[in-house]
Design a protein around this ligand. Structure first.
Ligand SMILES: NC(=O)c1ccc[n+]([C@@H]2O[C@H](COP(=O)([O-])OP(=O)(O)OC[C@H]3O[C@@H](n4cnc5c(N)ncnc54)[C@H](O)[C@@H]3O)[C@@H](O)[C@H]2O)c1
Length: 394
């Protein structure tokens, strides 16, 4: 039944398409799960792989309508834009060098874009995409998905409320171990493109996970990165990109305090799987959060005992409860956090349908994407100059 003032096609679930995410791919499947968790989206079209044959086979595997399983993103953008029931949003989940052109094609057709990180494979493209997104009649959402965790929202709200005082120290680390050996020469598709500068860009670990750690640190602390000094290493022989990075950070002054920090990103750290961790300290207190135990946040008001805050527990702030689904003690994890970005996207897209901008929507944008690429390029420039301090070019 039609809703007054709207037709059926625009009143129901949001129609989602996907570029990438074909058979054997990693993050495309996560996006599909995240998009369905809260019933806001329906997955109706895809250009799922790098060749038309693989794309068609992947569409069949996922039960997509063959008419809406496309051999290329160009064909998909063209044909979906022409359909009355065409997709309203596309998820771009291809390797980094294959974000810019599809994002441009869909934005120019007025189709919203949910793009994975890093937003492009170089800073010039990121800036060009920002110019396109700024002009487009469509939204751009970047899946720095760790910003969706309720306890990160809690930390962010506490810092904004002044519970930590003025921020002095911002430390982020993201150690992994899966590239300790040359997996790229042992048949791992994910390792192959991530260690190839043509597809990954100038950053290895700094691009793949360093950008996540930086984005999270900036998101939670509200700080702005000014400059950095980086020491990048490639420990695995023959690898073309960094697999470990130690980076010192200087942030812009706020309330007379200039925060300092450090970032460690590594993919050659045995014993660490997805050890993303954040420590932020101010004049009145500090917080600590670990991605592998995401329902908890340590908070220490200076001079008092440490407190372990839990998701949906006592002291939970509205910023965190609005992205929590179930009571405290029932764990929510990676998929729910990812799905929170899809919920934010859904709120924004539904408001967009009605010509409105919702006030309470929080998600990373193309601006965050530009910062990520500026970070990568500054790290490479600094490390090549033996750790020289480099200002971020944003
Ligand atoms: N947010 C996160 O936590 C997270 C995690 C993993 C990966 N990522 C990002 O997601 C992206 C994909 O990573 P992945 O690990 O899933 O890679 P992957 O290699 O597993 O999958 C990439 C997919 O893209 C397809 N593809 C390549 N070129 C294409 C084209 N021209 N048209 C259509 N499809 C094409 C491949 O066939 C494959 O299906 C990368 O940008 C990566 O940085 C983000």
């Amino acid at each position: 039944m039609a809703i007054e003032g709207k037709d059926e096609i625009h009143s129901g679930r949001i129609r989602l398409g996907m570029v990438g995410g074909g058979s054997g791919a990693f993050i495309g499947g996560v996006h599909r799960m995240a998009s369905r968790l809260d019933d806001h989206f329906t997955f109706v079209a895809g250009a799922l792989s790098s060749t038309p044959e693989k794309a068609l086979a992947s569409g069949k595997e996922l039960g997509l309508d063959p008419e809406r399983t496309y051999g290329s993103y160009e064909e998909m953008a063209e044909k979906e834009a022409a359909r009355e029931d065409g997709i309203e949003v596309v998820a771009i989940v291809t390797p980094n060098h294959m974000h810019f052109e599809p994002a441009k094609a869909f934005l120019e057709k007025g189709i919203h874009v949910i793009c994975d990180k890093p937003v492009t494979s170089n800073l010039a493209d990121a800036k060009a995409l920002k110019a396109i997104a700024d002009k487009a009649n469509a939204l751009f959402i970047l899946t720095h998905n760790y910003t969706g965790y309720p306890m990160i929202r809690q930390a962010r709200a506490m810092i904004a409320n002044g519970d930590l005082g003025d921020i002095r120290l911002i430390h982020a680390e993201y150690p992994q171990d899966w590239l300790t050996e040359p997996a790229e020469r042992e048949g791992s598709k994910q390792a192959e493109w991530r260690t190839d500068p043509k597809r990954s860009g100038a950053g290895g670990a700094i691009g793949d996970i360093g950008t996540h750690a930086l984005n999270l640190a900036l998101f939670a602390s509200g700080a702005e990165l000014e400059s950095l000094s980086a020491d990048l290493d490639t420990f695995v022989e023959g690898r073309q990109l960094d697999d470990n990075a130690h980076i010192m950070l200087r942030f812009k002054e706020k309330n007379g305090v200039r925060p300092k920090g450090m970032l460690w990103a590594s993919q050659v750290a045995p014993g660490f799987e997805n050890g993303l961790q954040l420590k932020i300290c101010g004049t009145k207190g500090g917080i600590q959060w670990m991605q592998e135990n995401p329902n908890y946040l340590w908070f220490t008001p200076f001079g008092e005992p440490k407190r372990l805050l839990s998701r949906n527990g006592a002291d939970a702030l509205e910023a965190a409860t609005r992205v929590s689904r179930i009571p405290a003690g029932h764990p929510e994890g990676y998929l729910e956090g990812f799905a929170n970005l899809y919920c934010e996207a859904a709120r924004a897209i539904r408001a967009f349908r009605d010509g409105k901008t919702p006030e309470d929507v929080v998600y990373p944008t193309i601006e965050d994407g530009v910062i990520g690429l500026a970070f990568i390029e500054a790290c490479v420039a600094s490390s090549n100059a033996d750790g020289k301090w480099i200002r971020l070019d944003v």
